[in-house]
Design a protein around this ligand. Sequence first.
Ligand code: GLN
Length: 276
Amino acid sequence: MYQTLAEALQWASSQLVEISDTAKLDAEVMLLHVIHKPRSYLYTWPDERITSEQSAAFQQMVARRAIGTPIAHIVGEREFWSLPFMVNPTTLIPRPDTEILVETALNLPLAQNAKVLDLGTGTGAIALSLAFERSTWQITAVDKVIEAVALAKANRDNLKLPQVEVLQSDWFDAVNQYDFNLIVSNPPYIDEEDEHLSQGDVRFEPQSALTAAEHGYADLFHIAQSARDYLAPGGYLLLEHGFEQAITVRNKMIELGYESVSTVRDFGSNDRCTLG
Ligand code: GLN
């Protein structure tokens, strides 16, 4: 079938071209994971022979990818904010779009000892990226899913950011501080009827991280409503949402009494989050 690294890549790409727009990249990521080498190795030593053990592991990975399993689940990792996050099927795989939330939060005029809450933290991507950039912020991350809490804690330990507190809580239910300077969340916001849910990689992610009732607005609205009781005077709420939800979220926040409500676009020019 193949003998060398270059041939293995060629073979895998041809297996994946039907199901993935990024077949060649997928093949590279999996092969590098198997041979434990940096990317440049494939280009420097394309004629290196692959061992039979490596080949068996690689073929298993390619088979999983061929049925649509996300690359992040296969290699157990995804980069976010240039940091490595362990991922598993119990939470959302961090998306590059969400980096705009981190960037927006970092640009706020917050004190050195700002108190920050991340709701529905999943892998911990938002909370831990903020902690990485602002070591003096007091950051709490919560998730209602116990496996997500464990994963966020594992990422916290792996990234050596022990100052971040991780709690199990269904939104605010177990939160007992009322003076946050910033509350951030990337909650589930997809309409339960959305046809995209039955296509592609998203099928392998949990519904609990993706969909919400009321056409995707239930959790966004619940958080916006409750957050008012947990924010310090002058505190900020920053929510990620679908790009077509910006006006509705904005109007809801204004109705709830938030001031200076503004929409922030992501790097793909989509209205991705709202700040108030
Ligand atoms: N933006 C993600 C997607 O489209 C969904 C993230 C979320 O629901 N919070 O797959």
